[in-house]
Design a protein around this ligand. Sequence first.
Ligand code: FES
Ligand code: FES
Length: 161
Amino acid sequence: MSKISLIINGVRRELEGDATQPLLWFLRDNLRLTGTKYGCGVGQCGACTVHIDGRAARACSVTMANVAGRRVTTIEGLESNGNLHPVQEAWIAADVPQCGYCQAGQIMTAVDLLKRIPQLREADLAQVTNLCRCGTHVRIKAAIMDAAKRMSGTPIAGGKS
Ligand code: FES
Ligand code: FES
């Protein structure tokens, strides 16, 4: 048994238990932060994507020992003072989700991408490797490019295409 302390969505949390437990299960089962989803469990699909110290990471493949003392943000912690993140707004504008299962992970990946590459080009979208079994990838790409415009202050083309 080990005691692990970390910050999740700005709140200090502690786990007294198995340090090899994946972060994903701590989020979902211990904290009931169920926006982060379980898909493949082996780091491939991206449904479990969260941010660790501001960078996208797959919570199914990270143990609690790995995140001791670090800062984790989940989809539930992405808004700020009641305001949605521009990526979330772009997602709504493009009506991206179908079943929705992969979408929290997609958004967390997109936020990380835009943080790393503020002047995003279409070619950079190849870095998004999250899977969507509903095939919403075309709308995901459009929403990320829209979010890039929103975040750079460039006027936004209105409406869905
Ligand atoms: Fe973590 Fe698929 S559930 S990458
Ligand atoms: Fe259904 Fe992506 S919206 S899996």
